[in-house]
Design a protein around this ligand. Structure first.
Ligand code: G3I
Length: 338
């Protein structure tokens, strides 16, 4: 190193300009004012070190993947097990993230005692007790509840609602019951109707749209629609943004609640590039919709996804960011797709 000495005796050291430190990409920061979220799962939280590191830094909202579902949280009548769900809520608090509760009325993951021989009156009491007890337990801690999950039929327009225990016992009063019970317990959380297959303009989303219009007309409480967005590679619907916007135009919040892109084939560079484009398209659709409040992915890393070999998430099995991760960052930053 060249060192100069002035006549005053002061020693001048050459100015070394440090290379700018590369800032890590933190998606939850780029998403502001929206939330970037994930389904969290207690099987890996604190048990898988790298998973825990990613989930602790990248997200501002969490949905329990299974821990709040009826079969887990009230497995026997009026006997509640809040342990695993509490773990996620406490974790969210510890990293300054919000919570989406998931869910109250769904045809799946019900304990046998609910999904069997109760009369309509008994089931009604069980539903109200379930919603009241769980919402009371988490009062002040949950930003949004998926009060309704997957209740719209896959056979629209011939059939409006799915055939399950709720519609068998309550008919078209099923959804209003759950939403009304939820609002009566706590006015703070946003009440969501969450579903899959409603992402594009089409028969199923048209059906939901008219159901929701009816609810708003009749004063049934609903604040928001959750679009799950479980997509297969290259099949993000071109009408996603237009569809989000029409629900927003009803005065509702909208959110992408369970995003993943199933490769449904080999994980090569071409597939990962297309997957990145697909992620960009979905996040960008949310960004272009003022009432779109959050984008949540359904899991974190490919090894812990509900889709065993689909490599559908933004982090790979080693918890390294994939092209999809950078595409999400681009979309949140308003950058064009690569
Ligand atoms: O906990 C039991 C365990 O005790 C048992 O040994 C094991 C044997 O298979 O099963 C475990 O339960 C599994 C549970 O996940 C926890 O891992 C269930 O079999 C399995 O069916 C369940 O799958 C979940 C699925 O919902 C159930 O429908 C997935 O993890 C979860 O990602 C998925 O999430 C849903 C959303 O809630 C709604 N939208 C669609 C989305 C994907 O299907």
């Amino acid at each position: 190193m060249k060192v100069s000495t002035l006549s005053t005796g002061v020693v001048l050291l050459p100015l070394v300009l440090a290379a700018p430190a590369t800032q890590p990409i933190i998606l939850r920061n780029l998403a502001v004012p929206r939330f970037f979220g994930a389904a969290a799962n207690t099987s890996w939280l604190y048990h898988d070190k790298n998973y825990t590191e990613v989930i602790s830094t990248q997200f501002s909202i969490f949905t329990p993947e299974n821990e709040m579902k009826w079969e887990n949280i009230e497995p026997e009548p009026d006997s509640f097990d809040f342990g695993p769900a509490d773990e996620i809520v406490q974790f969210a608090e510890s990293v300054g993230a919000k919570m989406r509760g998931h869910n109250f009325m769904w045809g799946n993951q019900l304990p046998t005692w609910v999904n069997s021989s109760l009369t309509a009156t008994e089931l009604d009491k069980a539903l109200q007790n379930h919603i009241t007890t769980v919402m009371d337990h988490y009062r002040g801690k949950i930003y949004a509840w998926d009060v309704i999950n997957e209740m719209i039929s896959d056979n629209t327009p011939n059939e409006t609602f799915k055939d399950n225990i709720w519609t068998q016992k309550f008919g078209e009063e099923a959804m209003p019951k759950a939403l009304t019970y939820a609002r009566a317990v706590d006015q703070q959380p946003k009440l969501y109707i969450n579903d899959y297959g409603i992402e594009e303009l089409g028969s199923k989303s048209d059906t939901l749209y008219s159901v929701v219009q009816g609810f708003l007309r009749d004063g049934v409480p609903v604040d928001a629609i959750g679009f799950q967005c479980h997509f297969t590679l290259g099949q993000v619907p071109g009408t996603l943004q237009q569809n989000l916007q029409r629900f927003a135009d009803l005065g509702l919040d909208v959110a992408v609640t369970e995003l993943d892109i199933n490769l449904d084939g080999p994980g090569n560079a071409t597939a990962f590039a297309q997957q990145a484009k697909d992620y960009w398209t979905v996040v960008n659709a949310c960004m272009q919709t003022q009432r779109c409040v959050s984008v949540s992915v359904w899991g974190v890393s490919d090894d812990h996804s509900w889709i065993p070999n689909g490599e559908p998430l933004p982090w790979d099995a080693e918890k390294q960011p994939k092209p999809a991760f950078y595409a999400i960052a681009d979309a949140f930053e308003g950058m064009p797709e690569r």
